[in-house]
Every structure is written in C-alpha cells, then in structure tokens.
Ligand binder design. Structure first.
Ligand SMILES: [Mg+2]
Length: 128
C-alpha cells in the first residue's frame, strides 16, 4: 500500500514572535530597527519545515514601530529564512509561538508566581 500525504488546501496561520524566538536576542533591546544577534539555532530550519504546513506570519513589538518590519525582513533575508508575511496587528492565528507567553487553560494564575517568569535565553539572575 502506498501512502500519499495529501496536501492540505488550507494552511492554518502560525504566528511567530521575533525577539527570543527567531532572533536570539541575547543583547537586549536597542530600538525597533536595530537587530544585532544571530538566529536562534534551528530557527531557519523550523520556519522552512513549518511553511509546508502553515502560513507563517511574524508579529512582534517591532511591527508597529517605524522601520521595524523592514528591519526584520532584511535580517531574515540575510540569514536565509524563507519568505514569510509580517503582520501590523495581532494576527488571528491558529497558534502563536512566543518566548514571553504562557498558555491559558481556564485556570487563573497567581500574579506573584507570574513575576518569577524568566525567558529561556536570559540567565535567572539577570534583570530585563
Ligand atoms: Mg519575544
């Protein structure tokens, strides 16, 4: 028996954050147009593979700032990412990947516990 993977006609929207997800972002914020780190290891390959199953959109706090989208676009081109879309407003996504988010599952959080959150790429003792 031959298994043929049917190509989906409709690809759901996958929204990707930029800093801390695509851009390694080890040097912190220096302005919407200033992007000075490398891609997170595996990011290019992930976006390439995910593009087969999803429409990819990049949405960042840079998106609404002058030159932000152009800077992200140029940076992604430089590092060989496949072509993606950029959203100006929060996209109506099937799923979002963000380094500073937590999945809400119907049970509310303890706000004081939320204060302990640390992004994956920041040392535990570093303030940001
Ligand atoms: Mg981020």
């Amino acid at each position: 028996m031959t298994t043929v993977k049917k190509a989906r006609k409709y690809k759901p929207l996958l929204s990707l954050d930029f800093d801390g997800v695509l851009h390694w972002y080890r040097n912190g914020w220096k302005g919407a147009r200033y992007i000075d780190d490398e891609p997170v290891p595996g990011a290019v390959e992930f976006v390439r593979e995910a593009s087969q199953y999803f429409r990819i959109v990049v949405y960042s706090s840079r998106s609404s700032q002058p030159g932000g989208i152009e800077a992200m676009q140029a940076w992604m081109e430089k590092y060989g990412f496949p072509e993606v879309k950029f959203a100006n407003d929060k996209p109506k996504a099937f799923l979002t990947i963000d380094d500073r988010a937590i999945q809400f599952n119907g049970t509310w959080f303890d706000p004081q516990e939320l204060l302990k959150f640390k992004p994956w790429n920041k040392p535990a003792d570093e303030e940001d």
